[in-house]
Design a protein around this ligand. Structure first.
Ligand code: 5GP
Ligand code: ZN
Length: 139
């Protein structure tokens, strides 16, 4: 897609600090890292979100994510790593080309990636039942 910044990086018209590339997947450092070694992994084909990518392509991405995450963990010597993937603006998605964040984590780094709050009284049981019903309906 011409107006997609990640498609331009894939095409080579915008530079990146490339870590890995094959015919389906590319990986480079995030320009605005949440921690040292913050890495992005994405399919070369343009899919806006998790909900748009075909299952086979997603499997290819998952395999690359695991391989690259191992290298990031080892290279940074981080004792932890978060895998993050944002869908739609409400979830903080800024670049509308599906991508996975690999974020090395360190003890006491004070990074807050999720609110981690409880929301009592917001229909937990109803949501549980609805999601189970959706999963049953879709097999
Ligand atoms: P999102 O919020 O969409 O999940 O994350 C987009 C990420 O892409 C952000 O962490 C942001 O720093 C990164 N980013 C945006 N533009 C560029 C760019 O031109 N180059 C690189 N390497 N990362 C980018
Ligand atoms: Zn794109």
């Amino acid at each position: 897609m011409a107006d997609c910044i990640f498609c331009r990086i894939i095409k080579g018209t915008i530079p990146c600090e490339k870590l890995y590339e094959d015919d389906r997947v590319i990986s480079f450092l995030d320009i605005n890292p949440a921690s040292p070694g913050h890495t992005l992994v994405l399919p070369k084909a343009h899919f806006a979100t998790l909900f748009d990518i075909p299952e086979e392509e997603l499997k290819v991405c998952a395999t690359a994510v695991q391989k690259i995450a191992r290298a990031v963990l080892s290279a940074t010597k981080a004792p932890g790593l978060n895998l993050l993937q944002n869908n739609f603006p409400a979830a903080g998605q800024l670049v509308h080309h599906l991508h996975f964040h690999l974020i090395p984590r360190f003890h006491d780094d004070n990074l807050r990636l999720l609110p981690g709050k409880n929301h009592p009284g917001t229909g937990h049981d109803k949501i549980l039942a609805r999601i189970r019903a959706e999963l049953q309906a879709t097999g």
